[in-house]
Design a protein around this ligand. Structure first.
Ligand SMILES: Nc1ncnc2c1ncn2[C@@H]1O[C@H](COP(=O)(O)OP(=O)(O)OP(=O)(O)O)[C@@H](O)[C@H]1O
Length: 229
């Protein structure tokens, strides 16, 4: 389980995170939702130890962040970080050299599923194919948890459907996923839990199925209640 407890973060004089608390379970897809600039990416970066926090605690399977916990988590940013001149094939080789727990079989399977050509260069990929490569490079690293920042951003409907189908496949398996998205309609049926963030804190954390069954509400209904209150 990933536990985020009372995390505070300031940029300059501005409190971005003002005591964020939530949990994300293994085997579940947890979605962080909030308006632009509310701090969703900052939370993912804090979990990865990529940005220091002012106070609070982050635990992964009960352990504070350390080199050991980093090996349990993969971060898939919203833009590809590989140099434009590299081919998809050389990106895979780079990842294989860098990560001992790189899974080449999974990478090949995803390349074929997404119809990516290993000879294509990163800088020449369409936005959708760059997003697919990003997902491939992240998901082919065998970790228990995967953090994804806006996996659907700026991507056409068919590519979004293709990417969404990965969430129900064995590629996610029993891993714990935390993702941020503004495209909630595309993945509402796939996510287990929603964490709504507003003004630096968690306004609501809920299980989608429970809210659907017990209150007859969609994620959008709950979002309207929270953000339009
Ligand atoms: N390195 C930084 N230096 C200064 N301010 C930053 C930095 N990174 C983020 N911020 C600020 O922190 C706030 C939260 O940013 P963040 O990117 O986490 O929001 P977000 O919820 O992911 O936004 P979006 O939905 O637009 O992607 C914003 O006001 C942003 O300007």
């Amino acid at each position: 389980m990933i536990e985020v407890k009372q995390v505070k973060k300031k940029f300059g004089g501005k409190h971005v995170l003002d005591g964020i608390t939530f949990t994300a379970e293994k085997g579940q897809i947890t979605c962080l939702i909030g308006m632009n600039g509310v701090g969703k990416s900052t939370i993912l970066k804090a979990i990865m130890g990529l940005t220091p926090i002012k106070s609070g605690r982050i635990l992964i399977d009960g352990e504070p962040l350390s080199s050991r916990t980093y090996e349990k988590v993969t971060f898939i940013p919203d833009t590809i970080t590989m140099p434009p001149s590299m081919t998809i094939g050389s990106c895979m080789l780079f990842m294989k050299d860098f990560y001992s727990y790189w899974n080449q079989k999974r990478a090949d399977e995803m390349a074929s599923f997404f119809k990516l050509n290993v000879k294509d260069r990163v800088g020449e990929l369409s936005k959708g194919n760059a997003a697919k490569l990003n997902l491939l490079l992240g998901l082919a690293v065998d970790t228990d948890y995967v953090l994804m920042d806006e996996p659907f951003s700026g991507i056409d409907i068919f590519s979004r459907e293709q990417i969404a189908s990965v969430f129900t496949s064995h590629l996610i398996e029993e891993r714990g996923v935390i993702l941020t998205t503004h495209e909630i309609n595309d993945i509402e049926h796939l996510i287990d839990k929603v964490v709504l963030i507003n003004q630096g804190v968690v306004s609501k954390e809920f299980n989608c199925e429970e809210v659907r069954q017990e209150e007859g509400k969609s994620v959008m209904d709950v979002m309207r209640e929270v953000y339009q209150a």
